[in-house]
Design a protein around this ligand. Structure first.
Ligand code: 9D3
Length: 258
């Protein structure tokens, strides 16, 4: 998967792209991330990218011509390698990180990863971006949630990290992948490691029993109970209930009418 980022703060991405799972994915060539400085597409000597809003009011607005030039330049450079099926290379999918966008969740991440292997992420700053940028060079707007940040850079990193986990080979442990999909839609069960006692709190005995089937049943039950307690909304979806194990469905019945 290839991701290009447009931002006036390219330096924010350095350590993120060199560290941990994303760093390894980039190093192994499973993920390519190119960060472009929006200012390099400015054509005035102050390298400006913003101007005062028409109609007045506070703050500054990012200008359309610089964004349009930047997106067109990066979205046509070195397209994805030919697929070999005779199809012309697909144009990159252009995503504006925006508080007005579609809310990011697991389904959106999977869909983006499935449908596109070439993305351009536009990160805005200031009060906003000239509306014409959306009309001319944006395919979709994505938000990471209803709270105010100062720009799209952190949301872009959130999206890149979530996408990287969907790229085959990036998440190493086959067990984690299997269990992720197996328990999809439920919260995780509690985890414990040494020491066996912390300030009077012991590790649940079953985890020390060596009975792997019993441990698996306990974890499934705990995952369901955690979800019931902390995120009951996740259990409103009939499709999710379908995916529960018979034991989890029985446990859910018990929780629903005690
Ligand atoms: C304080 C200015 N706001 C006026 C009501 C509008 C506004 C403009 C620009 C709010 C935030 C931003 C910058 N945020 C993003 O670019 C952004 C974002 C976010 O703030 N929250 C969640 N997801 C995203 S994606 C991009």
């Amino acid at each position: 998967m290839r991701v290009q980022v447009l931002t006036i703060f390219p330096e924010l991405f350095g350590p993120f792209l060199r560290t941990s799972l994303v760093g390894r994915a980039v190093e192994q060539g499973l993920l390519s991330v190119e960060v472009h400085d929006l200012r390099s597409f400015s054509e005035d000597r102050h390298r400006s990218v913003d101007d005062e809003p028409y109609g007045g009011g506070g703050g500054m607005v990012m200008t359309a011509p610089v964004w349009v030039r930047a997106v067109r330049a990066v979205a046509s450079s070195a397209p994805t390698a030919p697929t070999g099926d005779g199809e012309p290379p697909k144009r990159p999918w252009r995503v504006l990180m925006s508080p007005q966008g579609r809310r990011l969740d697991d389904a959106v991440v999977r869909q983006l990863a499935d449908e596109h292997d070439d993305l351009v992420l536009l990160c805005g700053r200031y009060e906003g971006i000239d509306e014409r940028v959306r009309e001319l060079v944006v395919d979709e707007e994505i938000s990471i949630g209803d709270y105010v940040l100062s720009g799209g850079e952190l949301p872009a990193m959130v999206l890149i990290e979530a996408l990287s986990r969907q790229v085959p080979g990036v998440v190493g442990l086959p067990k984690s992948v299997r269990e992720d999909s197996f328990r999809r839609g439920l919260l995780d069960h509690p985890h414990y490691t040494r020491p066996p006692e912390v300030e009077g709190l012991a590790v649940p005995e079953v985890l020390l029993s060596g009975d792997h089937a019993a441990i698996e049943r306990w974890r499934e039950r705990q995952a369901l109970r955690a979800t019931w307690k902390k995120r009951p909304d996740l259990l409103d979806d009939p499709a999710r209930i379908e995916e529960l194990s018979p034991e989890q469905r029985r446990e859910l019945e018990r929780l629903r009418r005690p």
